[in-house]
Design a protein around this ligand. Structure first.
Ligand SMILES: Nc1ncnc2c1ncn2[C@@H]1O[C@H](COP(=O)(O)OP(=O)(O)OP(=O)(O)O)[C@@H](O)[C@H]1O
Ligand SMILES: [Mg+2]
Length: 225
């Protein structure tokens, strides 16, 4: 699904990550963990084609990033559903319109999608908040809206950056439950999190693998936390 081969990433002349050689398999459930500032968001941004490695070879959905032209980058990105660490909504649009936006922008919109969108909002429990502005949502509601928006184009993989960063434990479990359901449907899941309790909760449900960032590189951790 995603294969890093001797990848490095530097911001300017500051080397942040190096020696990344790691493969994420289709259908897998992965956590990425490590201290604040270790490079979790940077790693995810390379996975969703927002940053290009400074060195090494990266393949995303089977395609070498170095060979991708702009069109290929755009079509590949559409197959990746991203929940950003800060959600990034357009506040002049309702929650419904924000969730719909990737569909509208992709030009794939058809009238039958309205029903699917309503169903999607229902699945994340946001039907009563569909007309609200994003700024009026609670932290957990924002994260659920971000999840709905991330999957509106039926991506093959969901990449979530601290999806439970600002929510209480019950909401964390609810979000995890939604991500587990998506994984059962065959979607590959990659979640950056500090929350070891969340990882433990997931491991009782799924054979989750843990990627740990330390000392500027990412390694697949053993089965134990
Ligand atoms: N655009 C940028 N330009 C320069 N440095 C950056 C940039 N983005 C991130 N960094 C630096 O790279 C390091 C890793 O940042 P990153 O956001 O990947 O960490 P993180 O593990 O996601 O942290 P957190 O857990 O706080 O979200 C930090 O020291 C950060 O200041
Ligand atoms: Mg981060």
């Amino acid at each position: 699904m995603i294969a890093f081969d001797q990848v490095a990433y530097s911001y300017g002349d500051r080397a942040l990550l190096s020696d990344l050689t790691i493969t994420l398999e289709p259908g897998g459930f992965y956590f990425l963990t490590g201290p604040s500032g270790a490079g979790k968001t940077t790693f995810l941004r390379m996975c969703y084609l927002d940053l290009v490695p400074s060195a090494g070879a990266l393949s995303v959905l089977g395609l070498p990033v170095a060979d991708m032209d702009r069109d290929t980058i755009a079509t590949t990105r559409r197959r990746l559903g991203v929940m950003h660490q800060d959600c990034l909504f357009l506040d002049h649009l309702s929650v419904f319109r924000n969730v719909e936006l990737p569909l509208a922008v992709s030009g794939q919109f058809s009238p039958s999608d309205a029903d699917d969108l309503a169903e999607l909002l229902d699945w994340v429990g946001l039907t009563p908040r569909a007309a609200a502005r994003p700024s009026e949502l609670s932290g957990g509601e924002r994260q659920r809206a971000a999840l709905a928006r991330a999957i509106v184009l039926s991506p093959d993989m969901i990449i979530a950056d601290e999806p439970t960063g600002n929510v209480d434990w019950d909401m964390s479990l609810r979000l995890l439950g939604l991500l587990l359901e998506l994984n059962k449907l065959g979607k590959t899941i990659l979640i950056a999190t500090h929350d070891l309790t969340l990882i433990r909760a997931a491991k009782s449900e799924v054979a989750a693998r843990i990627l740990r960032i330390s000392e500027g590189t990412v390694q697949m951790a053993g089965a134990d936390l």
